[in-house]
Ligand binder design. Structure first.
Ligand code: NAD
Length: 441
């Protein structure tokens, strides 16, 4: 089989590479010439564990190609996946200009039957718009070329993207014709053979499934953050509460860890987009509005604790930050809580020095030299008035507290991910603030 993936970002590059891994011939297309030039030299634009060798291997095997030409790349395609970005519009709804732009390009160049699959996260009804855009271009060319549209939302998680793609909990596919379903079944045959559930449904349900899944996960996070804040007030320990409720199999242990709020390129924009869809359809999802409100508040939770500790005066304080990416194992800083915290600290006149195992370049790209960047996690601590842990990278979990106390000006930690044991910090005589647990001093 032969497929084209349009948009070579996190989703397009990982999906394309993983499809190539199953033996399919894949061309990944992007408008970003530099990205494609780099990929053609085996240089991968994102940090994703295991991706580089897999890209290189499939390029060597002649199954994975990179191009800027949509026209050439679809010449022999059985299916074309649209995996371009769908950023939030000014009003919070998903901006479909890139998706529909690609659809029009496909309509301009299509010369045989293909299934046009939306992999980007798009609002309900988008497949219809994609279909209309392609048909419009075909009509302009006075061409009667058959095609089908399908929806195949992507559920991969950055940081574990390859495993998520190759061993998915489920694959969701929305189709409206048997011919399209046959093509999609063939593409996903290796997954069906390995007993990964491939769930076929109608297109609007597939489009809705993606938003409902992300919104449910965001709801779990905001719920737990709100519970954590209440725990602090009433004297409960959220870690105990988490273990207590997570053991109920109906609730489960995943996504109930309190923290500094969710970030990333998906949850914030997808929750916003679903809120917008609900409003546009006269059924506002009040629950999701609260999820957003709680999340925005939570991104400042560590800042508020710092302000209280330092009696409202952070001017001249040197703050060390461990972790910049919105979660571990990725360099993605889109909507990262660290950006909110840094912004607030700088506005208060504090000096910030940060360390992250992989996201420092991305951070520099976003906020330049407004903060300092340390060589390693310990260097960031030199003469710092406090350490703030924002992202729970593994290497931060068992630090050398004795070394740290020699570097820090104060033995003071604000832990946004509850990665340290309270007993451990008491033993080492630190002042320690975390989320949903008592502060110790
Ligand atoms: P991204 O911003 O990393 O990549 C998008 C790519 O599309 C960019 O490289 C851009 O240059 C390219 N592009 C834009 N217009 C184009 C055009 N006309 N032709 C060719 N290429 C074009 O985005 P992403 O994170 O990969 O997300 C893509 C979609 O997948 C979004 O809808 C997102 O919500 C969804 N999604 C993302 C994730 C994730 O973890 N990142 C997970 C599931 C779903």
């Amino acid at each position: 089989m032969n497929i084209t993936i349009i948009g070579t970002g996190y989703v397009g590059l990982v999906s394309g590479t993983c499809f190539a891994e199953t033996g399919i011939t894949v061309t990944c297309v992007d408008v970003d010439q530099k990205k494609i030039d780099n990929l053609n030299q085996g240089i991968i634009p994102i940090y994703e564990p295991g991706l580089t060798p897999m890209v290189q291997k499939n390029m060597e095997k002649g199954r994975l190609f990179f191009s800027t030409s949509l026209k050439d790349s679809i010449a022999e395609a059985d299916a074309v996946f649209i995996a371009v970005g769908t950023p939030p519009d000014e009003d919070g709804s998903a901006d479909l200009q890139y998706v529909l732009g690609v659809a029009r390009e496909i309509g301009k160049h299509s010369d045989h039957y293909m299934v046009i699959v939306t992999k980007s996260t798009v609002p309900i009804g988008t497949a219809e718009k994609v279909k209309a855009a392609i048909q419009d271009e075909l009509d302009k060319r006075k061409q009667d070329i058959p095609f089908d549209v399908a929806s195949n939302p992507e559920f991969l998680k950055e940081g574990a993207a390859i495993d998520d793609f190759l061993k998915p909990d489920r694959v969701v596919i929305g189709t409206e014709s048997e011919r399209a379903q046959k093509v999609m079944k063939k593409l996903y045959k290796p997954f069906l053979m390995n007993n990964h559930p491939v769930i076929f449904m109608d297109i609007p349900s597939a489009e809705m499934t993606k938003y409902a899944a992300n919104s449910m996960l965001a709801t779990k996070i905001s719920f737990m953050n709100d519970i954590a804040n209440l725990c602090e007030i009433v004297g409960a320990d959220v870690n105990n509460v988490r273990r207590g409720i997570g053991s109920d199999t109906r609730i489960g242990h995943k996504f109930i860890y309190p923290g500094t709020g969710y970030g990333g390129s998906c949850f914030p924009k997808d929750v916003q987009a679903l809120v917008k869809t609900s409003e546009q359809n006269g059924h506002p999802l009040e629950i999701l509005k609260s999820v957003e409100l709680v999340n925005n508040r939570q991104k400042s939770v560590l800042y508020r604790k710092m302000m209280t500790h330092f009696n409202g005066n952070l001017k001249g304080k040197k703050i060390a930050i461990w972790g910049l990416s919105f979660k571990p194992n990725t360099d993605d800083m889109r909507e990262a809580p660290a950006l909110v915290i840094i912004d607030k600290l700088l506005k208060e006149g504090a000096e910030v020095v940060a360390y992250d195992p992989v996201a420092m370049e991305e951070c520099h790209h976003k906020i330049g030299d407004s903060i300092g960047y340390a060589k390693d996690q310990y260097e960031a601590l030199i003469d710092a008035d406090a350490l703030v842990v924002v992202t729970e990278w593994n290497e931060f979990k068992v630090p050398n507290f004795r070394v740290m106390e020699k570097l820090l000006k104060n033995k003071l930690i604000f832990d946004g991910r509850n990665i340290y044991d309270i007993e451990e910090l008491i033993e080492n005589e630190y002042t320690y603030y975390s989320i949903g647990r008592k502060a110790i001093s």
